[in-house]
Design a protein around this ligand. Structure first.
Ligand SMILES: CCC1=C(C)/C(=C/C2=NC(=C\c3[nH]c(/C=C4\NC(=O)[C@H](C)[C@H]4CC)c(C)c3CCC(=O)O)/C(CCC(=O)O)=C2C)NC1=O
Length: 169
């Protein structure tokens, strides 16, 4: 598992180089956004359950066929599994936000996920939509907490949707 700093060190160490201007700029920007990242994590943590619940409600309102007979989130067990997956996405996205790096998502969440989803007929498109709804709600929450520059909030959620959407080669 890597963060913004260890990733940079790894890359420069492989090349046997001291940090150059690019590296220093990227370190500077990571540390400058550090407090905001921690504040964003705090705003998410204290509202995580509500964020997941609201995102689920919005998803099922948009795509009601998911929870009708024949839908993948139909039955209490699968409905709960779907919300639990959303909760995983939120929690790991929060880790990635603080790390300033999406490696934790690759290692702990995304590896093998598409195969699992395909084998259980969990539909990818609606899952991607669920993650985007979650992202929008998180951004509202974080902005509402008075955190100024929240551009970094998009990254982990967009990474999840990008990786999930990726076609097999
Ligand atoms: C921490 C990393 C991690 C992830 C990400 C994870 C996902 C994950 N989601 C699963 C199932 C599932 N995932 C969903 C999700 C959905 N169905 C829908 O229609 C919606 C679009 C969507 C919710 C947004 C459902 C319904 C199941 C149960 C499918 C089944 O058993 O038939 C399963 C199969 C095993 C199980 O049911 O627990 C895994 C492994 N597990 C992990 O350990």
């Amino acid at each position: 598992m890597r963060d913004a700093v260890t990733t940079l060190i790894k890359n420069y160490d492989v090349a046997g180089r001291y940090f150059d201007r690019n590296a220093l700029d990227s370190l500077k920007s990571y540390f400058e956004s550090g407090t905001a990242r921690v504040q964003a994590a705090a705003a998410i943590n204290s509202n995580a359950a509500a964020l997941v619940k609201r995102a689920g409600a919005k998803l099922f309102e948009e795509l009601p066929e998911l929870i009708r007979p024949g839908g993948n989130a139909y039955t209490t067990r699968r409905f709960a599994a779907c919300l639990r997956d959303m909760d995983y996405y939120l929690r790991y996205a929060t880790y990635a936000l603080v790390a300033g790096n999406t490696n934790v998502l690759d290692e702990r969440v995304l590896q093998g996920l598409r195969e699992t989803y395909n084998s259980l007929s969990v539909p990818i498109g609606p899952t991607v939509r669920g993650v985007q709804i979650l992202k929008d709600l998180v951004k509202e929450q974080v902005a509402g907490a008075g955190i100024a520059n929240i551009a970094f909030v998009d990254e982990p959620f967009d990474h999840i949707t990008r990786e999930l959407s990726e076609r097999d080669i």
